[in-house]
Design a protein around this ligand. Structure first.
Ligand SMILES: [Fe+2]
Length: 305
């Protein structure tokens, strides 16, 4: 993904602290950061206000691109097709999407540490290995991106009928959780008063890494805290949301639902609080309505925006 931000250096430092690695030697005014297993996943470019400039999506082969091209034609959306890539702009949200043929991201198997439970002393006579962990938490990869759209239904059609995403769960009239991999969701589009980036979510090994990562980020920076620790109902993942210096939320998550067999997953319609979470502290109002939303709306109408 390419993120436009008013202060590239400050944002880059934040995501380095968050556990990404700065990739050096790139020409141009921007910066690139990589995850442990997803590779170069976050590019930063200077921009007047924070905004998602481009979203990159992987495809297995040129046949996928052909299917996407056919879908977009049916929707009447124009696109640029090259041998190994396809570029298209969602006419509704104006989000630029680049689909590229490439290898799938493979993740090394995370070690399952024994835990104790009632009648189940699986870790007898020893301390939890998690409390001995040291060093910076390193997100494995970018897991999902959440955007606000002026017309959620239209954006959903663009991503499902156009780009081939599948809907995993829905909150009617408000949001749809979509996947282009075995993750429960890689993209969430929610109804909003403007098109904007709500958050990015980065996978870590387990709930201890969620907690350790957030604790380290909050040391000396309590203003970064947004919401957590909690567990979502939709997608089941543990979460902790933090805020980067220009107002983008970034989430550490673990234990997201995985859908290996589409036939075995029944998309559900979720309403009420469960659309947001299963347990945790109540979400702050600024999670639903980010504090800079009004400024972003004004900015989006400014000349040159
Ligand atoms: Fe999330």
């Amino acid at each position: 993904m390419t993120l436009g931000v008013p202060d590239v250096d400050a944002v880059a430092s934040y995501y380095e602290e968050f556990g990404l690695r700065r990739v050096g030697g790139r020409p141009g005014p921007g910066l690139v950061l990589a995850t442990a297993e997803g590779g170069e996943q976050l590019a930063l470019r200077p921009a007047g206000r924070r905004r998602l400039l481009e979203l990159g999506i992987g495809a297995d082969d040129p046949d996928d691109l052909d299917r996407i091209a056919a879908g977009l034609r049916r929707l009447g959306v124009e696109f640029d097709r090259e041998a190994g890539s396809l570029r298209v702009r969602d006419p509704n949200s104006a989000l630029q999407v680049s689909v590229q043929v490439g290898p799938r991201i493979t993740e090394a198997t995370a070690k399952q540490e024994p835990t104790n439970g009632p009648g189940r002393p699986d870790r007898a006579n020893g301390r939890a290995p998690a409390i001995e962990r040291a060093g910076r938490v390193r997100p494995r990869r970018l897991g999902h991106v959440v955007i606000g759209s002026l017309d959620q239904e239209a954006s959903q059609r663009f991503f499902t009928e156009g780009l081939g995403f599948k809907v995993s769960d829905r909150v009617p009239g408000l949001a749809s959780f979509m996947r282009c991999s075995t993750d429960h969701h890689n993209l969430l589009v929610q109804q909003a008063p403007l098109n904007f980036l709500h958050h990015t979510a980065w996978e870590v090994d387990d709930v201890d890494e969620v907690g350790r990562g957030a604790t380290a980020m909050l040391e000396g920076h309590p203003e970064r805290h947004v919401w957590g620790l909690g567990r979502h109902h939709i997608g089941s993942n543990f979460f902790w949301y933090l805020k980067d210096p220009v107002g983008n939320f970034s989430e550490y998550y673990s234990d997201l639902d995985i859908i290996l067999d589409d036939q075995l997953w029944k998309p559900s319609v979720v309403e009420g609080a469960r659309g947001l979470y299963n347990w945790g502290p109540p979400p702050p109002p600024s999670f639903i309505q980010p504090e800079d939303l009004a400024a972003l709306m004004t900015g989006s109408h400014a000349p040159g925006a």
